[in-house]
Design a protein around this ligand. Structure first.
Ligand SMILES: [Zn+2]
Length: 473
């Protein structure tokens, strides 16, 4: 009997689980937005609209998502039946978006991976002339020689071209085109530098290979060139106005304040140390890619918690994230929208954490999102594992809805504060518009009124948690 009940339970929950996709979760956890969004971007969610459902169901989802100002992705992929099938799947969704007059956001990750496809033509060459790969980035990835990758450009560009042609033929506009192109192509971290030193081709092509700065510059220039030639040039040919970008490629202050899950320290690279954290010298790859939107990453990586020893502990999350957000906001021209990947609940959190572990609170995360808006970021792109998606979208939408009251400031105001205190203190961000300023503050010590000078005028920032408008007199 128990077994029968269990089977019925599994069948039932299995059916329920199978029915609830990302659209259901997002719709269930958000509300329709009735106030005017003006020229503000919507909320982007790095999740794909399901394709194996009826057209009526897609229409229903898209309408409800639009009411909530959520824009999801159309995934481009090459299924086992071939690229034509992939194109048909994508068109199924985007023909409907066109009919409904909704923006089209394409995630082309599925067709651009594997520049380094493991073929010997793309390999490093050792002293004996034998091909070899760098496998230090992930189990499956065979990262080859940065100087052997160009033969792969036309292969990938042709795939993109085929999709674009089909979209153009259908008269569909693509508004946003992005990829999450990460563990592929030339990279300088992990064992890459060591492997390049062992490679005849790399040694011939990189002057001063023993100088990490030179190495990083050469590698990142190759990486940027690839993205410009294959992604940006191809898309712009069809859609010159399209916003084009890649995960974690953005202007910055010369440093990166976080590590991706697949990146490991490289001995001899250039770091600024803060507590146990290594802030890495970073090359301005963005500038050479031609990307038209910046896509920085503001995630609560688990390692932050042990990288810093700040008290109160929440500053261990806040500090690197506001450093990164500021670096991007301050250094990105106003003509380039900043669409930031965000995630609140601890990323890459192990099963067991230390007894003194304190995650970033919902309240402080919301404030962080506000600081982003007040430091030049234009929109949020939520990334999340499906099990955390419900909570994540709630927070992002709350901030979005509250921020609509201040559209004028967010669209036309100028960021005033770029300071980040190196110790737990009060973090202030502000957007100035004419004689008024929208201010947000987060306190890591006893909150009290703060007096500042802006353009020679004395301004008092009250100890209020909520966003506040202050007159500059
Ligand atoms: Zn090489």
């Amino acid at each position: 009997m128990k077994i029968v009940i269990l089977l019925i339970f599994c069948y039932y929950t299995g059916v329920v689980m199978a029915q609830e996709n990302v659209c259901d979760i997002l719709i269930k956890n958000t509300v329709p937005i009735t106030s005017d969004t003006g020229k503000r971007f919507p909320i982007f969610v790095w999740a794909r609209i399901p394709v194996n459902i009826s057209e009526d169901q897609i229409v229903d989802y898209l309408k409800k998502l639009d009411e909530r100002k959520l824009v999801l992705l159309t995934g481009w992929r090459i299924p086992k039946e071939g690229i034509e099938k992939g194109i048909q799947e994508a068109l199924k969704i985007d023909k409907i978006r066109k009919q409904l007059n909704l923006p089209v956001f394409v995630d082309a990750t599925g067709i651009v991976h594997m520049f380094f496809d493991g073929s010997s033509e793309t390999a490093h060459i050792d002293e004996e002339g034998k091909p070899f790969f760098d496998t230090s980035f992930s189990k499956g990835a065979k990262i080859g020689c940065p100087f052997k990758i160009e033969t792969r450009y036309p292969v990938i560009a042709e795939r993109i071209d085929k999709f674009l042609q089909a979209y153009k033929k259908e008269g569909i506009d693509i508004n946003y085109w992005a990829v999450d192109w990460e563990i592929d192509g030339p990279m300088e971290w992990n064992d890459a530098w060591e492997n390049s030193k062992k490679c005849k081709t790399c040694r011939q092509n990189i002057k001063n290979l023993n100088d990490f700065s030179e190495y990083q510059k050469t590698i990142r220039m190759k990486r940027a060139e690839l993205q410009r030639q294959v992604f940006v040039k191809t898309v712009k040919e069809y859609y010159p106005e399209c916003l084009i970008g890649n995960y974690a490629v953005n202007p910055h202050d010369g440093y990166r304040y976080w590590w991706d899950y697949f990146e490991k320290e490289t001995q001899g690279a250039i770091y600024q140390k803060k507590h146990n954290a290594l802030h890495r010298k970073w090359f301005d790859e963005f500038k050479y890619t031609g990307y038209t939107m910046a896509m920085p990453v503001i995630y609560t990586w688990y390692r932050f918690f042990s990288d810093y020893n700040f008290e109160p502990k929440e500053f261990r999350w806040f500090y690197p994230l506001i450093k990164e957000a500021t670096s991007v906001g301050k250094n990105t021209p106003s003509t380039i929208p900043i669409i930031s990947f965000v995630h609140w609940q601890t990323v890459e959190k192990p099963q067991k954490v230390s007894d003194d572990f304190v995650p970033l609170s919902r309240e402080k995360y919301k404030e962080l999102l506000w600081h982003l808006l007040l430091r030049g970021h234009d929109a949020f792109c939520l990334w999340s594992p499906i099990k955390e998606m419900g909570e994540e979208i709630k927070v992002v939408q709350e901030v979005y809805i509250e921020s609509l009251k201040y559209n004028d400031f967010i669209l036309k105001g100028k960021p005033v504060f770029w300071d980040v205190s190196d110790e737990p203190d009060t973090v202030i961000s502000g957007l100035k518009l004419n004689s008024r300023m929208l201010v947000v503050r987060t306190d890591f010590k006893e909150p009290k009124e703060i007096k500042l000078r802006i353009e020679g005028k004395l301004v008092k920032i009250p100890a209020i948690k909520e966003p506040t408008i202050i007159e500059i007199k």
